[in-house]
Write a protein that binds this ligand. Structure first.
Ligand SMILES: Nc1nc2c(ncn2[C@@H]2O[C@H](COP(=O)(O)OP(=O)(O)OP(=O)(O)O)[C@@H](O)[C@H]2O)c(=O)[nH]1
Ligand SMILES: [Mg+2]
Length: 364
């Protein structure tokens, strides 16, 4: 399951957005008082294709793709260096596949900004620096262990060289995901769960009154940064969308008139997470279960088989594949699709496409 950790400064609207995503009703207040447990929720990935497949097949069980979100307390300056509660919180996102980075663009005198003013670009950099500091602490910790060895093994020497490169890169205030590494080097860093290697989904948390980013402090530079970042950036009206959760569709439509909200923030955020991570879905359909599965774009039929069960990958013979569109066009039936010549028998190296409907033939 895809796992996203929400990070951001205190009072940037993380819990509000967590609630928008999950409808979970998490407590929207500060963590003052030393509350350390993050809010966690698992949400179904909204997908109209999946909903339709479930409807036409009436299976005994429907299993949509899911994403887990973890909502942390705000990170203050110094969190990455282990000051205050910060570093402990950061450990909650170490196993996340992606970070949802919430940046405050709204003014709200009732929730004073911890830095004294609203400045999204500054806040963006503060959190990035905290992530860098945290990774630097991990690198330095490991390096000091390695340098304590009297006669290091060859692989330990190699690790040390690699980590020294990482350290210098981080000291230049750059993210490890931008460091050029060979695939084996990249793999050898995996166990460290570096935060600056993770894809980020930048969420600019807006307000009805700050609908135009250009009018935010540093607005022009902010827009430039958004245009140049390789991360996915979206705007979201956190509090407004949270209020919408309590309204009927008609009331909600009236409420959002004139605002650029075409799709619920929940859907936009989850699909951004999918594209940030390069993920796709394929489906399996039958009378027992209709299920959505998640793969990385580029993975193959045998990976799809392995996602379902390791036996299917081991005994893989072929995959019967229909695109979602053809499946829908020909009555949601494999038999019809075969008659129409759109059902394909694919081998293990077939690159799975988003929306494929797949049946694995296997023999163990
Ligand atoms: N005006 C306005 N207020 C908002 C918006 N989003 C959140 N808030 C308010 O800002 C305050 C903080 O929101 P939270 O969602 O608790 O922020 P947080 O980042 O989770 O805060 P911590 O967990 O303490 O770090 C609350 O009073 C929210 O109602 C928004 O878009 N506009
Ligand atoms: Mg919160």
């Amino acid at each position: 399951m895809l796992h996203c950790g929400i990070v951001g400064l205190p009072l940037s609207g993380k819990s509000t957005i967590f609630n928008v995503i999950t409808g979970a009703g998490a407590e929207v207040k500060t963590y003052a008082g030393g509350k350390t447990d993050p809010n966690r929720a698992v949400v179904d990935v909204p997908d109209p294709r999946f909903d339709r497949l479930a409807e036409v097949h009436h299976p005994k069980k429907v299993t949509p793709a899911q994403v887990e979100f973890v909502d942390l307390a705000g990170l203050s300056r110094g969190a990455g260096k282990g000051e205050g509660l910060g570093n402990a919180f950061l450990s909650f996102v170490a196993d996340a596949d992606a970070l949802v980075h919430v940046i405050r663009c709204f003014d709200n005198p009732g929730a004073p900004h911890p830095e004294g003013s609203v400045d999204p670009l500054r806040d963006w950099d503060i959190i990035n620096m905290e992530l860098i500091f945290r990774d630097l602490a991990v690198v330095e910790n490991r390096l000091s262990k390695l340098s304590g060895k009297k006669s290091p093994l060859p692989e330990e020497k190699a690790e040390r060289t690699l980590l020294e490169r990482c350290r210098d890169w981080l000291l230049d205030e750059k993210f490890l995901k931008d460091l050029e590494l060979t695939p084996p080097e990249r793999r050898s860093l995996r166990g460290f769960t570096f935060l600056t290697e993770k894809p980020q989904i930048i969420v600019l948390n807006m307000d009805e009154s700050t609908a135009d980013l250009a009018s935010a402090p540093n607005g022009a530079a902010l827009k430039e940064r958004i245009a140049s970042t390789r991360d996915v950036a979206i705007t979201l009206y956190g509090r407004l969308e949270m209020d919408l959760l309590d309204l009927s569709d008609d009331e909600a439509a009236e409420f959002t008139q004139g605002l650029p909200i075409d799709r619920p923030g929940r859907e936009r955020l989850i699909s951004s997470a999918y594209s940030a991570l390069g993920l796709i879905n394929f489906f399996t359909c039958g009378p027992d279960e209709v299920r959505a599965w998640t793969l990385h774009d580029g993975e193959t039929a045998v990976d799809a088989a392995g996602a379902i069960h390791s036996d299917l990958a081991r005994g893989f013979i072929r995959a019967q594949v229909v695109s979602y569109d053809d499946y829908e066009k020909f009555g949601d039936s494999y038999a019809n699709c075969r008659d129409e010549g759109v059902l394909r028998a694919e081998g293990r190296d077939y690159r799975v496409k988003n929306g494929d409907i797949i049946e694995i033939r296997f023999n163990v």
